[in-house]
Design a protein around this ligand. Structure first.
Ligand code: ARG
Length: 278
C-alpha cells in the first residue's frame, strides 16, 4: 500500500516534470519550475509500536507441541514458524518468550514485556473484552485422553474422577461444564498434565485435540483419546487493544502468507498433511 502510494506520487512528479518541460519547449517564456516535491513528503511507512525496536516478541506457554515447545532453549513449532513468517512481513525478527499460559493476557495488557500472544490461544468473547485477536489462523477442538488400560469411553464415564487440565484454558472450562462431579486438577503446563496421567495421578486429561493427538502418538506414553469434542475453536494472535496498527499489520501479513502458500508449507511441516479447511 505504502509502496504503491509512493509509486503513484513518483509518477505524478514525473508527469509534472514532463509537463513543465513541454510547456517550456513551447514558446512560453521559461518560468521557474516549482521544485519537485521531495519523496520525503510522501507518507512514511507507519512505524509499528513494539517493545524492542526491530523485534516482534511473542509471549507463549511453550509446552504445547506441535504449536510451541522448547528444543533446548530454542522455541519451535507451528506458531513459531508462523510468527517468524509474520514478523518477516513486518520487517521484524521474531523472538519467543515463555510465560505461564494463564499469565499471558494480564501480562500483554500490562504492556512492556511482549507484543503479541502466540500460544495456541482460542479466540473467545471473554478474552476479547481484554485483548484483540488477529483473524483466526487455525481450527481446533477439545479431546479427552486416558491411559490405554482405562475402560472409560466418554465424558459420562468420568463423573467423580480426577481430570487433569491446563490452568486458564478452554479445556479447563469445558471439563468444568461438561464432566459433572469431576474433580479438576489444574496444571501450569499441558505436558505436566499428561505426565500425571501416565503416572496415574489423574484419570483423564481434557486438552486441545491437535496437541493431545500429537502426545498420544508417542506410544511409549500408553495413552489414548476416547472422545473428540467439536467445540469449533479457532486460534488467534493476541494483540493489545492499545496497538491497533500492529493488529492490522498482522492480519495483512497473515493474509499474504496464506495466499502465497507459505502457510500451507508451515502446516504441512508440523501436521504432516495439507490444511483442509483452515
Ligand atoms: N486453546 C486453548 C485455550 O486457548 C489452550 C491453549 C494452551 N496453549 C498453550 N500454549 N499451552 O485456552
Amino acid at each position: 500500500m505504502v509502496k504503491y502510494g509512493k509509486y503513484v506520487a513518483l509518477v505524478a512528479v514525473a508527469a509534472l516534470a514532463v509537463g513543465t518541460l513541454t510547456l517550456a519547449g513551447c514558446s512560453q517564456p521559461a518560468t521557474p519550475s516549482t521544485p519537485a516535491p521531495s519523496t520525503s513528503t510522501t507518507a512514511p511507512a507507519p512505524v509499528l509500536k513494539v517493545v524492542t525496536p526491530g523485534t516482534l516478541i511473542a509471549g507463549s506457554d511453550t509446552s504445547f507441541p506441535p504449536f510451541e515447545s522448547m528444543k533446548g532453549n530454542v522455541a519451535e513449532g507451528f506458531d513459531v514458524d508462523l510468527g517468524a513468517a509474520i514478523a518477516k512481513e513486518l520487517g521484524l525478527t521474531l523472538e519467543f518468550k515463555s510465560y505461564k499460559f494463564d499469565t499471558l493476557i494480564p501480562t500483554l495488557v500490562a504492556g512492556g514485556k511482549f507484543d503479541v500472544i502466540m500460544s495456541g490461544m482460542t479466540i473467545n468473547d471473554a478474552r476479547k473484552l481484554e485483548i484483540d485477536f488477529s483473524d483466526p489462523y487455525i481450527n481446533s477442538n477439545q479431546s479427552i485422553a486416558v491411559q490405554n488400560s482405562s475402560t472409560a469411553k466418554t465424558a459420562a464415564d468420568l463423573t467423580g474422577k480426577k481430570i487433569g487440565v491446563q490452568s486458564g484454558t478452554t479445556g479447563q472450562a469445558w471439563a468444568k461444564e461438561h464432566i459433572k462431579g469431576a474433580q479438576l486438577v489444574p496444571f501450569d503446563d499441558a505436558l505436566a498434565a499428561f505426565s500425571a496421567l501416565q503416572a496415574g495421578k489423574v484419570d483423564a486429561v481434557v486438552n486441545d485435540l491437535p496437541v493431545s493427538a500429537a502426545i498420544v502418538k508417542d506410544t511409549t506414553r500408553g495413552l489414548k483419546i476416547i472422545q473428540e469434542v467439536a467445540t469449533g475453536e479457532q486460534y488467534g494472535i493476541g494483540v493489545s487493544k492499545a496497538n491497533p496498527d500492529l493488529l492490522k499489520a498482522i492480519d495483512a501479513a497473515l493474509a499474504k502468507i496464506k495466499a502465497s502458500g507459505e502457510y500451507d508449507a508451515i502446516y504441512k511441516k508440523w501436521f504432516g498433511v495439507a490444511p483442509s479447511s483452515n
